[in-house]
Design a protein around this ligand. Structure first.
Ligand code: PBG
Length: 332
C-alpha cells in the first residue's frame, strides 16, 4: 500500500502529535494485559524466593510463593502464566525421566495454581532440558541429540502436563515432528482441548543465558543447541518451520527470541495469519534491567517501547518477564 500524503504545508505530521489525547487517539497499536503471558520459575521448598542474579526482580519461587504470585497476577489482570522448573540436580538423568513424573514441580505447581486461582491459564514447556543431565532439550546418544527417541519422551511429558491441568503446551525443543506426535497423542487420550503454542521459529541464541541459569541447565549444557535450534542467519526457514507446525496441529506459533527477530514475527503474521506470539527472553529482559539499574536507560520507557514493538510487528501477544510490571504500569 502506498500511503497518500498531501504535500507540506497542507499536511503537517505534527498536528496529530500536539497533545497526549491526540497521540493516543491515532495510536495504531496498544498494549493490553490480556495479551501477556508471564513466565515464572518454580523450585522445591516452602516460603522460598531465590533471586536470579542476571534477572533482577525475578526469583525462583517455592510452590506456596508461586500460588501467591498467581493470585497477585490475577489481581493485576494477568490471565496466563508459563511455569518453568528449577529441578534438583539429583533428579536430572541422561534419560530425563523426571519430565514425565506426574508429581514433578511444574505439574504440582499447575495443580496448586489451578486450585487456588481456577481462571488462571497455565502454559507448560515441552522439552527435556530442565530434567536432562546433559542440559539438552532431547536425549543424547554418542554425543548426538537423537530426534525420534526424544519424540517418545516429549509425548509422555505432554500427556502428564495435560493431566495436571495445563491449558497450553509449548513444545520448545525444536525436534522434527514433535507437534504432530504430541497432537495425535492428545487426541488419542481425550485431551483434544489442550492448545499447542509451538516454539516454531526458535533460534540458537545467546539471549537464553540467564534462563539456563534460572532452570539450572546452563552449567550442565554440553556444547550448544545448534543442531536443533535455528541459525540466526535464516528467515525463509522460519516460514517453513511455522508452516509445518501449523500443518501438524499447532494452534498458535511463537517466535523466539523476540526483539532481535521482529522481522520474523512480521513475516509469520503476514504470511499465515495465525495467532502469533513472541517470547521476550531472559537476555532481553536482562539487557533492559541492567541498563536501567545503571541509570543508562529509563527502565519503564524501555519496557513499554520494547513491548509495543511486538504489537507493531503483528504479534497477538508476548511472553515477558515484565508482565506484572507492565500490568501495573497499564493500571496507573
Ligand atoms: C527450553 C527453553 C529455553 C527457553 C525457554 N524454554 C532455553 C533454551 O532453549 O535453551 C528460554 C527462555 C528465556 O531465555 O527466557 N527449551
Amino acid at each position: 500500500m502506498t500511503p497518500t500524503v498531501a504535500p507540506y504545508p497542507l499536511a503537517r505530521s505534527r498536528r496529530l502529535r500536539r497533545t497526549p489525547w491526540l497521540r493516543d487517539m491515532v495510536a495504531e497499536n496498544r498494549l493490553h494485559v490480556a495479551d501477556l503471558i508471564w513466565p515464572i520459575f518454580v523450585r522445591a521448598g516452602d516460603g522460598v524466593e531465590e533471586p536470579i542474579a542476571a534477572m533482577p526482580g525475578v526469583a525462583r519461587m517455592s510452590l506456596d510463593r508461586a500460588v501467591a504470585a498467581a493470585r497477585q497476577a490475577a489481581g493485576l489482570g494477568i490471565r496466563c502464566m508459563a511455569l518453568f522448573p528449577y529441578t534438583d540436580v539429583a533428579l536430572k538423568t541422561p534419560g530425563a525421566e523426571e519430565a514425565w513424573n506426574p508429581d514433578n514441580l511444574v505439574n504440582r505447581a499447575t495443580a496448586a495454581i489451578k486450585s487456588a486461582v481456577p481462571d488462571m491459564g497455565i502454559m507448560l514447556d515441552v522439552a527435556l532440558d530442565p530434567y536432562n543431565s546433559d542440559g539438552h532439550d532431547g536425549i543424547m546418544r554418542n554425543g548426538v541429540v537423537v530426534n525420534d527417541e526424544t519424540l517418545d519422551c516429549l509425548v509422555k511429558q505432554a500427556l502428564v502436563q495435560a493431566e495436571a491441568g495445563a491449558d497450553i503446551l509449548g513444545p520448545s525443543d525444536m525436534m522434527d515432528g514433535r507437534i504432530g506426535a504430541i497432537r495425535r497423542a492428545l487426541e488419542a487420550e481425550g485431551r483434544q482441548d489442550v492448545a499447542i503454542m509451538s516454539y516454531a521459529a526458535k533460534y540458537a541464541s545467546a539471549f537464553y543465558g540467564p534462563f539456563r541459569d534460572a532452570v539450572g541447565a546452563g552449567a550442565l549444557l554440553k556444547g550448544d543447541k545448534k543442531t536443533y535450534q535455528m541459525d540466526p542467519a535464516n528467515s525463509d526457514e522460519a516460514l517453513r518451520e511455522v508452516a509445518r507446525d501449523i500443518a501438524e496441529g499447532a494452534d498458535m506459533v511463537m517466535v523466539k527470541p523476540g526483539m532481535p527477530y521482529l522481522d520474523i514475527c512480521s513475516r509469520v503474521k503476514r504470511q499465515f495469519g495465525v495467532p502469533t506470539f513472541a517470547y521476550q527472553v531472559s537476555g532481553e529482559y536482562a539487557m533492559i534491567m541492567a541498563a536501567a539499574q545503571n541509570g543508562w536507560l529509563d527502565g519503564d520507557r524501555a519496557m513499554v517501547e520494547s513491548l509495543l514493538a511486538f504489537k507493531r510487528a503483528g504479534c497477538d501477544g508476548v511472553l515477558t518477564y515484565f508482565a506484572p510490571r507492565i500490568a501495573k504500569w497499564l493500571q496507573a
